[in-house]
Design a protein around this ligand. Structure first.
Ligand code: SF4
Ligand code: SF4
Length: 496
């Protein structure tokens, strides 16, 4: 198969050897789990339980709200001991509503429905419904509700499914291990997704630095005619949806658009495995495989962790820390987010917990831009990072947008190559956050104005109805008085 190149990109040191060679270990159930209601893009879920309730493993804890949302389920059996704010796994550490579940130690499953009709003969809309009910979201980190993505097939003509096995971030190997150990489940999930979106073929795309995973997937695909494993060069950011599509099809996703706009739907390998679990075994998304690594972790490895487990419990399971980390990240060092503490939970979009030593972080002094153009050459999206950063620094956000901010995938290649160590991507993330906040504020103002107008119109309508009713009552009273007066006159006339 012909492969296509994308411009730019970098080859950071991988740091993957230690964890990619070790089997996934399943973490024992911690005593307490902290399950946030917002683990996905869209509206937060709404609790379906209250403090004091006992729940079984897999039981619904909170319902999805609205078109873009996802439910959450109990990762084990036990009692709900709190529903309140808890620090989010986000650099701000701001609290989010969280259900706290205390394990009863029994890990007893809720009654799951027995195996029913062949999913490959089941209507696609029904499959999407069940994927939505299982709370599955994009597990590559995007956390977009997967059922919404599956339904895109009914709006756009999708001709190709791409399963993204591009795990290009340094340190992370959770998808690599999943492909090595659970290839049959992934391929089954891919076949179910393919059937659901009615596409003609699926490409399982893996980088050439994962030979064991490639062999496992090829074996699992042996009898699945329209599924093929495609090997691409390991190059950061190959895992970016747009760049993977470009590499295997040569097609460009339009600015601000989705792969579905050009007939290609991309799902992560972990998402395909979760779909297999949900459709074949009726299991909701209550655990995931993550990489625990970085020089500060004593025993780096891949671990299957219940959703809601605190990072401190995960690190303790991996032997603890050899030294206080200079930086703890959720995700990899290129695009991951710095964690405010270890008192935050693993969520559905967590791919790794990376605790880096001071030596690994090697803080560099920021110097002025020397206009060398390295950032321009490294940008896989064809942008001008130095110009964008200059405008972002000056607070000129409209200009940053004019220079293509919407196309920036926040990959950090520009920062990585900058000889002046300018944290370019941080400027772009700041600009994106500011723009999103402004849009939200604008939306809120418009919404408030609409509500005020609605209220004014309602009050006016009610006042009009009242006035009409009063006028009617007055007219009726006048008519009654007139009738009584006429009656009295008639009575007087008859007496005369
Ligand atoms: S790589 Fe750094 S120094 Fe070079 S042009 Fe870009 S911002 Fe300036
Ligand atoms: S972070 Fe944005 S601007 Fe920088 S290289 Fe990546 S896509 Fe280009």
């Amino acid at each position: 198969m012909k492969l296509f190149k994308f411009n730019g990109g970098v080859h950071p040191e991988e740091h993957k050897q230690i964890t990619s060679a070790k089997p996934i270990r399943v973490m024992p159930m911690p005593k307490r789990l902290y399950v946030p209601l917002q683990q996905h893009i869209g509206a937060p879920a709404e609790p379906a339980v209250k403090v004091g309730d006992t729940v079984l493993k897999g039981q619904l804890l909170a319902n999805s709200q609205g078109a873009i949302s996802a439910p959450v389920h109990a990762p084990t059996s036990g009692m709900i001991v709190d529903i309140s704010d808890h620090p989010a796994p986000h650099p701000s550490g701001l609290p989010v509503r969280t259900i706290v579940l205390e394990s009863d130690g029994e890990d007893k499953w809720v009654d799951l429905p027995s195996m029913d009709a062949d999913p490959l003969r089941t209507d696609g809309a029904e499959i999407a419904l069940r994927v939505g009910a299982a709370g599955i979201v994009g597990m590559g980190g995007a956390t977009f509700p997967s059922a919404v993505k599956l339904r895109l097939g009914s709006r756009n003509k999708i001709h190709m499914l791409v399963l993204n096995g591009g795990e290009c971030e340094p340190y992370l190997t959770c998808d690599d291990r999943l492909m090595q150990e659970r290839a049959d489940g992934i391929v089954d999930g891919a076949r179910i997704i393919l059937h659901t979106i009615k596409a003609e073929k699926a490409l399982l795309v893996v980088e050439d630095n994962k030979p064991v995973a490639i062999a496992a997937l090829q074996k699992a695909c042996e009898h699945a005619g329209n599924l093929r494993v495609v090997v691409v060069p390991a190059q950061y950011p190959m895992g970016s949806e747009k760049h993977m599509i470009k590499a295997v099809t040569g097609l460009e996703v339009p600015a601000g658009g989705l792969g579905a706009d050009i007939g290609v739907l991309v799902h992560n390998m972990g998402t395909a495995y979760a779909v297999h679990q949900a459709i074949r075994h009726h299991r909701p998304l209550i655990s995931r495989v993550i990489t625990v690594g970085g020089g500060a972790v004593k025993e780096p490895q891949n671990v299957e962790v219940p959703i809601g487990t605190l990072l401190s419990d995960v690190i303790a399971f991996c032997g603890g820390l050899s030294e206080p980390p200079a930086r703890t990240l959720m995700g990899g060092p290129m695009m991951g987010q710095m964690m405010p503490s270890l008192n935050v939970p693993v969520v559905k979009g967590t791919s790794g917990v990376i605790a880096l030593t001071a030596q690994e972080v090697s803080a560099q002094t920021v110097m002025p831009c020397i206009r060398c153009g390295s950032c321009v050459g490294a940008c896989p999206c064809g942008l001008l990072p130095l110009q964008m950063a200059a405008h972002a620094k000056a607070g000129n956000l409209d200009k940053v947008v004019d220079f293509g901010l919407v196309d920036c995938v926040s990959c950090g290649c520009c920062s990585y190559v900058c000889p002046s160590h300018i944290p370019l991507v941080q400027y772009f993330n700041y600009a994106k956050g500011e723009i999103a906040a402004r849009q939200q504020a604008k939306h809120k103002t418009q919404e408030n104005r609409r509500l005020v107008e609605q209220r004014t119109q309602r009050l006016e309508r009610e006042a009009q109805l009242k006035a009409d009713a009063a006028a009617k009552r007055k007219a009726e009273a006048d008519a009654r008085k007139a009738a009584q007066a006429a009656k009295a006159v008639n009575a007087e006339l008859s007496l005369d």
